[in-house]
Design a protein. Structure first.
Ligand code: SAH
Length: 230
């Protein structure tokens, strides 16, 4: 439960962002701005505590990532989310990060979410419609699609930024192919023990990969495997 006399939800969202700054998770002003603009409460199921720093179940054996993971990924991708750039969010779930990406790349950019559970695609669109990113959805620079994100979304490739919100046993080749030279992908890789990997495509097309931190995400898998509980 939230015990601050914070008033409105937007204030509580702001307090959550301030806490992430105090803990040293967020140092970027752009990330502060976007996380203040997109109210997390609009993206969690009714009755779920929105501002607690923990992942939450969203149905279909999926979760919304914890605020500190969203912040970490936004910060790792910040330079590749500048106005006019193209961003792909694989396993977009609630649509929270897709909305953040769309806000950062702006109406001249492009933010694409790909999610393989059609019900989550539908609810994420409803969430985004209530958020500060609604006009971007309406204007067409933000869209969410049902599909297998392991194939990426070739239509708007190449991407400056690719985020994968579920852990892959290995990095899917189509995602590497759809990364622009100079582009960056952030992807959890591994089965039970996973690393958040940062994949930079160099200007000559080669890739450099480093591990940022140990993480625990739901798997990037087939819809059947996920609905059966893996
Ligand atoms: N970033 C999202 C994370 C949701 S959890 C959020 O914070 O809301 C990971 C999501 O990946 C789930 O919604 C799951 O349904 C989806 N997913 C798993 N495998 C997938 C695949 N092969 N293609 C597309 N989406 C997938």
């Amino acid at each position: 439960m939230e015990h601050h006399s914070g008033g409105s939800g937007t204030n509580k969202n702001k307090q959550m962002v301030e806490q992430l700054q105090r803990y040293g998770v967020i140092s970027s002003k752009k990330v502060v701005e976007v996380m203040e603009t997109i109210d997390r409460a609009l993206f969690v199921p009714d009755g779920t505590p929105a501002y607690v720093d923990s992942p939450m179940a969203i149905g279909y054996n999926a979760t919304i990532s914890a605020p500190h993971m969203h912040a970490t990924c936004l910060q790792l991708l910040e330079e590749n989310l500048q106005p006019g750039m193209h961003a792909l969010d694989v396993g977009s779930g609630t649509g929270y990060l897709t909305a953040c990406f769309a806000t950062m790349v702006g109406p001249q950019g492009r933010a694409i979410g790909v999610e393989h559970i059609p019900e989550l695609v539908a609810s994420s669109i409803k969430n985004i419609e209530k958020s500060a990113a609604a006009s971007l959805l309406k204007g067409g620079s933000l869209s969410v699609h049902a599909g297998d994100g392991r194939e990426g979304w070739p239509e708007h490739a190449p991407y400056d930024a690719i985020h994968v919100g579920a852990a892959a046993p290995e990095i899917p080749q189509p995602l590497i192919d759809q990364l622009k030279p100079g582009g960056r992908m952030v992807i959890p890789v591994g089965k039970i023990f996973q690393d958040l990997q940062v994949v930079d495509k160099n200007l000559d097309g080669s890739v450099s990969i480093r591990s940022e931190t140990a993480v625990r995400y739901v798997p990037l898998t087939s819809r059947d495997a996920q609905l059966k509980g893996y």
